[in-house]
Write a protein that binds this ligand. Structure first.
Ligand SMILES: C[S@@+](CC[C@H](N)C(=O)[O-])C[C@H]1O[C@@H](n2cnc3c(N)ncnc32)[C@H](O)[C@@H]1O
Length: 245
């Protein structure tokens, strides 16, 4: 199981700026527009809720949103933003909820922060149990891009502007499908080192794991505007329902 707290104080202190620079704040409206169709007037649970980038606007549109996160630092950012959203400290790899939700969602690559196959399947199992009879699970994940590694290592430039240089270093372990990743963020005279480990999964493996957890694929899209998922897509938004429905 996963008990690592990845999003420490370092991450929390740059999260808003980082998501803004990466275009994720600008994208939040499109994400909410997609999700609200499943939860408006109903209930939603976000896995890895973070600072409420999406949960807060979703709750403002009329959904009862709750969330789980294992970082007190991130939960504190959420609490500062709203008291509309109930969230608790827990591990998305293994959670139980008395409540059943219309929508459970895990977006912005949070699923791959679970760095073992077992924790990913366990997360899907917990999510399936948290869905009500007709509920839907939404997962947003990048398509793995493994080009450019030399001797199992890769350095890419994520962002370069007048004030910021963000480099991404990765070490690949193909046996466990793990990437030990570190963001190096240079800004002015400061440098922050932000390590995290991910287990990448292709969409078909995700479907198989979901099936093991009692879920079946309902839809797959290439973006939040329901563009098609094609061989050129760099991410997918996949929805699952409970098997038998
Ligand atoms: C990429 S951020 C996404 C935050 C938010 N979902 C969003 O879209 O802005 C990942 C979040 O998942 C949380 N997280 C990572 N691993 C977790 C785990 N095993 N259990 C609970 N939360 C986790 C982190 O603390 C962080 O807040």
């Amino acid at each position: 199981m996963s008990d690592d707290v990845i999003y420490d104080a370092n991450w929390a202190s740059i999260y808003d700026k980082y998501t803004t620079l990466r275009g994720r704040i600008a994208e939040a409206d499109a994400t909410v527009a997609f999700l609200e169709g499943y939860a408006i007037g109903g209930s939603a649970l976000e896995l890895g809720i973070g600072d409420g980038r999406v949960a807060v606007p979703l709750s403002e549109r009329g959904a009862r949103v709750e969330g789980i996160d294992n970082s007190d630092n991130m939960l504190e950012l959420l609490t500062r933003r709203t008291d509309l959203v109930k969230a608790w400290n827990g591990d998305i790899a293994n959670f139980r909820s008395e409540q059943r939700y219309n929508l459970v969602y895990c977006i912005y690559n949070t699923f791959k922060l679970l760095s073992t196959r077992e924790s990913q399947i366990s997360c899907l199992r917990s999510a399936a149990e948290a869905l009500d009879e007709e509920g839907i699970l939404v997962i947003e994940l990048d398509v793995p891009a493994l080009d450019g590694f030399v001797s199992g290592q890769r350095i890419t430039t994520l962002l370069l502007d007048q004030e910021n240089t963000i480099l991404h270093t990765e070490v690949h372990d193909p046996l466990s499908q793990n990437l030990a990743s570190t963001l190096l963020w240079f800004s002015g005279t400061s440098v922050k080192r932000l390590p995290h480990r991910v287990r990448y999964v292709y969409h078909q493996e995700l479907d198989t794991m979901a099936q093991c957890a009692g879920l079946r694929l309902a839809e797959r899209w290439g973006d939040w505007a329901r563009g098609p998922f094609t061989e050129g897509s760099n991410r997918h938004i996949s929805t699952y329902r409970r098997l038998g429905l």
